[in-house]
Design a protein around this ligand. Structure first.
Ligand SMILES: [Zn+2]
Length: 118
């Protein structure tokens, strides 16, 4: 085999190797993406199942149930604080801001009588 043939073979092999590496990288990117998508779906399914389980078992003496209940309570407290800072309170029906002294919720029309009484 002459020097030119060897060089030609070497270039052909290198080109093939680079092509294979590029294809592998492409496959890897696609597989990583597919994996991330499925992992996201799994998390959403767990979340859905967890919510369903919580709703059906919210009075059970289970550590995670108690943690979720405490978390929800704290979120409610923080929401109330935010409403207070905005100058009102949350509508008991729809949760929209009802300005202090309002008789009705401007979002849903709920009659507001007692929520500002202390
Ligand atoms: Zn409302």
């Amino acid at each position: 085999m002459g020097l030119l043939d060897e060089l030609s073979d070497s270039i052909a092999n290198t080109t093939r190797d680079i092509g294979k590496m590029a294809q592998n990288a492409g496959d890897m990117t696609k597989l990583s993406y597919d994996k991330k998508v499925k992992e996201g779906e799994l998390l959403k399914l767990y979340e859905k199942l967890g919510k369903k389980y919580y709703d059906e078992h919210k009075n059970e003496d289970l550590e995670e149930i108690k943690e979720i209940t405490a978390c929800k309570l704290r979120i409610k407290e923080i929401s109330d604080d935010i409403m207070l800072l905005k100058g009102g309170s949350a509508c008991p029906n729809c949760g929209a801001l009802v300005k202090t002294g309002s008789m009705y919720c401007s979002a849903c029309g709920e009659k507001i009588e007692d929520i500002f009484e202390e």
